[in-house]
Design a protein around this ligand. Structure first.
Ligand SMILES: [Zn+2]
Length: 84
């Protein structure tokens, strides 16, 4: 009975450890785990099209010494081309 309990505990620990490792590996490379950052996040306005996007989802780019946030790469490129 005790043996079974220990085995179960070990299995649980191994499982927890495994998920922790895989999660940190998967989450480490991507800067934004989009579903997690959405809540309570600052909204920033895209100066190109006027859309509000969560800061974590926005594309950040410094143009003319000022930081801007864009909804997409297209808006960013258009804004840069316009403000060159
Ligand atoms: Zn946009």
């Amino acid at each position: 009975m005790i043996k079974l309990l220990i085995l179960g505990l070990l299995g649980f620990l191994a499982y927890t450890f495994f998920t922790l490792i895989t999660r940190s590996v998967a989450g480490g490379k991507r800067a934004v785990p989009s579903h997690k950052t959405r809540q309570g996040e600052d909204m920033v306005q895209d100066p190109q099209c006027g859309t509000y996007v969560p800061r974590g989802d926005a594309i950040e780019k410094t143009v003319g010494g000022q930081k801007h946030y864009f909804c997409s790469a297209r808006c960013r490129d258009e804004f840069i081309a316009k403000n060159r």
